[in-house]
Structures are given as structure tokens and as C-alpha cells.
Design a protein around this ligand. Structure first.
Ligand code: CTP
Ligand code: CA
Length: 227
């Protein structure tokens, strides 16, 4: 279904969206990452902008071009994303964290390209900051905070645990084992879990349509917060 008229229900609101993977390097030409394309986050940013929001899109490396009429901030690592998000979250009415942030990074980064030897190589990985947990913990009254959950098992249990732990208004749960879902796809089949314990199972939809459904909910929460 194509909507001819986009509701301007986020007029004047500041919306922060994260997208894409992060790259965690261990030498100048090698890094740890995941197959996130950034499509879901870019679709969310474009849709929020259509609805009249001032949008900051914070993204890891993707092949997608900067969308028009919004501010795109490009970076590589989880550490960089953490500092940009912390800075922008303070003034944001809405934060949607769809980036596939690497949970670990190599402890050390070699200054030059590493040479192979005849021995095996061990790379020690250390934790990156949980950016969304930080945003949730610092959540101001009226702020709307939304996360994603990428799972291969126990979708509802794992996603509801993340919803609670990270202090979210709702979470978009993605079953990565389902065809037509998640990484690199143009479609997504998700379940939305809210803080009231409700679960909405959406059919397989384009990422643009999933973005519209997510922003319908966000606009509803923003409206409630302003009353
Ligand atoms: N997230 C984040 N910072 C991280 C890791 C994840 O902000 N270092 C965010 C993601 O953007 C997503 C949510 O937290 O919105 C859940 O990410 P996910 O990888 O599904 O869960 P984790 O909490 O990282 O737990 P795990 O990977 O162990 O399932
Ligand atoms: Ca993770």
C-alpha cells in the first residue's frame, strides 16, 4: 500500500536514528564486522524526515548514499558511534537504534598491515560500550527510545529481556533464521514488543513499510508524551 499523504506527525521533533554495521579494526586493512546493509535504518530516517522531523542519521559503513533533507553522520567503530550518539541524544525527542553494533573489538590495533607467519594467530577481543543501554539509562521524561533485537532463537524471551534491561519504549524483534528477514534483505518480518507486554506480529513487509509502522507507533507515543 502506497500512502499518498504522509502525516506530518513528527513536525519540529528531533529524531536520532542509527544504522548499519560497525567496523572494529585490528590492522589498517582488516576489521571485525557483520553483514548489516543499513537499509532498515536509512528507511527509518527517511520516513521520520517525511513526517516533518529534524533527523540525525548516525551510520556505520554502508553503500547507501546520504538521504536528502537530513543530517547524515558517518563513522566506523562502536566507540565512535557511542560518542556521537551520546552527544546527539541529549537533545533528541526520539532515539531509534537500528545499527548492528559490534559487541566486541580487537584489544589492539597494529599500526601496519600484519604479516602472516607460520604460526596461528589469536586476536583478543574486548567489549564495546552498549550504546542503547547508555541511552536508556539516561532517558529523559517524554523521550521515546526504541531498539532492535536480532535473534536466532528464543525471539520473544530474548527481545523482552533487552526491552526491559535497556529501558526501551518498544523493541523491534528480528528472527534472523526466517527467510525475508534481517541482514541485507529488502524485506523484514518483525514482531514489536512494547513495555506493556504486548506483542504485535507484522507480516513480511518492505523495509520502507516496516519503517512506516514503527514511526506510526513512535508518533503515537510522542503525542501521548506531549499531553
Ligand atoms: N546495541 C547497542 N550497542 C551495542 C550492542 C547493541 O546500542 N554495543 C543495540 C542495538 O543497536 C540494538 C539493541 O542494542 O538496538 C540490541 O542489539 P542486539 O545485538 O540484538 O543485542 P545485544 O544487547 O547486543 O545482545 P546479544 O548480541 O548478546 O544478543
Ligand atoms: Ca549484539
Amino acid at each position: 500500500a502506497v500512502r499518498v499523504l504522509t502525516p506530518k506527525d513528527l513536525q519540529g521533533k528531533r529524531v536520532l536514528v542509527t544504522a548499519g554495521p560497525t567496523w572494529e579494526p585490528f590492522d589498517p586493512v582488516r576489521f571485525i564486522t557483520n553483514p548489516s546493509s543499513g537499509k532498515m535504518g536509512f528507511a527509518l530516517a527517511v520516513e521520520a524526515s517525511r513526517r516533518g522531523a529534524h533527523v540525525d542519521l548516525v551510520t556505520g559503513p554502508t553503500h547507501l548514499p546520504d538521504p536528502p533533507f537530513l543530517s547524515t553522520h558517518r563513522l566506523k567503530t562502536a566507540g565512535e558511534m557511542d560518542s556521537v550518539v551520546r552527544h546527539l541524544a541529549a537533545d533528541a525527542d526520539v532515539i531509534v537504534m537500528s545499527a548492528a553494533v559490534s559487541d566486541y573489538r580487537p584489544e589492539e590495533q597494529a599500526p601496519q598491515k600484519m604479516k602472516k607467519t607460520d604460526r596461528d594467530l589469536t586476536i583478543r577481543l574486548v567489549r564495546t560500550p552498549d550504546i542503547l543501554a547508555g541511552v536508556g539509562a539516561a532517558k529523559k521524561p517524554g523521550q521515546v527510545v526504541v531498539g532492535f533485537a536480532a535473534e536466532t532463537e528464543n525471539l520473544i524471551e530474548n527481545a523482552s529481556e533487552k526491552l526491559r534491561k535497556k529501558n526501551l519504549d518498544f523493541i523491534v524483534a528480528n528472527d534472523l533464521t526466517q527467510p525475508g528477514s534481517g541482514f541485507r534483505c529488502d524485506t523484514n518480518q518483525v514482531k514489536i514488543l512494547d513495555s506493556g507486554g504486548n506483542v504485535e506480529a507484522l507480516p513480511c513487509l518492505s523495509k520502507e513499510e516496516v519503517a512506516r509502522r514503527i514511526l506510526d507507533r513512535i508518533a503515537g507515543l510522542v503525542k501521548k508524551a506531549n499531553h
